[in-house]
Design a protein around this ligand. Structure first.
Ligand code: FE2
Length: 265
């Protein structure tokens, strides 16, 4: 089987995404953000695949990168039709991304089982948990995509929080108000290793706290290495109030990441 031409595919993806803007001069920030996020997930996938090796060597790396490139391809239609990225108010963007990948981007370089594997990884990247009956060969690809997606979101949020002009718009998009303080019970949940439901968050700080809880939910040691090496949690901490509970949250989260990183041996 031949290898897909990645630079050409990226360009196809970009043109597809931009076709959802009203005019080429007026590309909404939401669309630009999702294009950047997609390319970011591609490079993080590459970073993790490189360090994990195993099934991600050779052809496996190609399949992982294809999952990364198309995982959010339905976001553009979602935004144009519903003006939101909230699946609950629109459609399941994992399902629809898989559909668009299969329907609009036929890749003759892939065998039918390879195409099916990539589509399955895309379909499951946004589910709360992976179904127990997910075929074994799909699992590493779905898991890698979920890790890379989370890391990119953390990186982009860190960047946004550091850019005042983008800050407000991002806060609005996330649907969280920027009020002082945070919910102590949620911080405690994150410290104890629990995940935080979107509905339980009261402001933007609670949302940031929920991101620390993701440390518990990473699949690959190299994903933990990425977070540690890029100091993404340390940066996120600087955007939270001065409070010992926040110091504890950072400390516990970093300890979890170090444990995860050390699983590789
Ligand atoms: Fe997604």
């Amino acid at each position: 089987m031949t290898e897909p031409d990645f630079p050409a595919l990226k360009e196809r993806f970009r043109s597809y995404a931009l076709s959802f803007a009203d005019t080429p001069e007026n590309v909404p920030q939401a669309i630009r953000l999702k294009i950047d996020h997609t390319f970011d997930v591609c490079s993080i996938t590459d970073w993790i695949a490189d360090r994990e090796g195993g099934v991600f060597r050779g052809r496996g790396r190609t399949l992982a990168l294809l999952g990364a490139l198309f995982h959010d391809v339905s976001r553009f239609r979602q935004y144009r039709e519903f003006r939101t990225f909230r699946d609950a108010d629109s459609f399941d963007h994992g399902e629809i991304s898989a559909e668009i990948f299969l329907g609009d981007f036929p890749l003759e370089e892939l065998s039918p089982p390879e195409t099916g594997l990539v589509a399955a990884a895309i379909r499951h990247h946004n589910k709360r948990v992976l179904p127990a009956n997910l075929p074994e060969e799909v699992q590493p690809f779905a898991k890698l995509l979920r890790d890379a997606d989370k890391l990119s979101i953390i990186r982009i949020i860190d960047e946004y929080l550091a850019t005042p002009e983008e800050y407000q718009e991002a806060a609005v998009r996330i649907g969280m108000e920027e009020t002082p303080g945070f919910t102590r019970e949620l911080a405690q949940t994150a410290i104890d290793g629990g995940q935080i439901a979107h509905g339980a968050m009261r402001n933007l700080n609670d949302f940031k706290i929920s991101i620390f809880a993701w440390a518990q939910d990473l699949n690959f040691p190299a994903a933990a290495s990425y977070l540690l090496e890029h100091r993404l949690y340390e940066t996120l901490r600087t955007f939270l109030p001065d409070d010992t509970l926040m110091d504890r949250l950072l400390e516990v989260s970093l300890a979890r990441l170090r444990n995860k990183r050390n699983e590789r041996s």
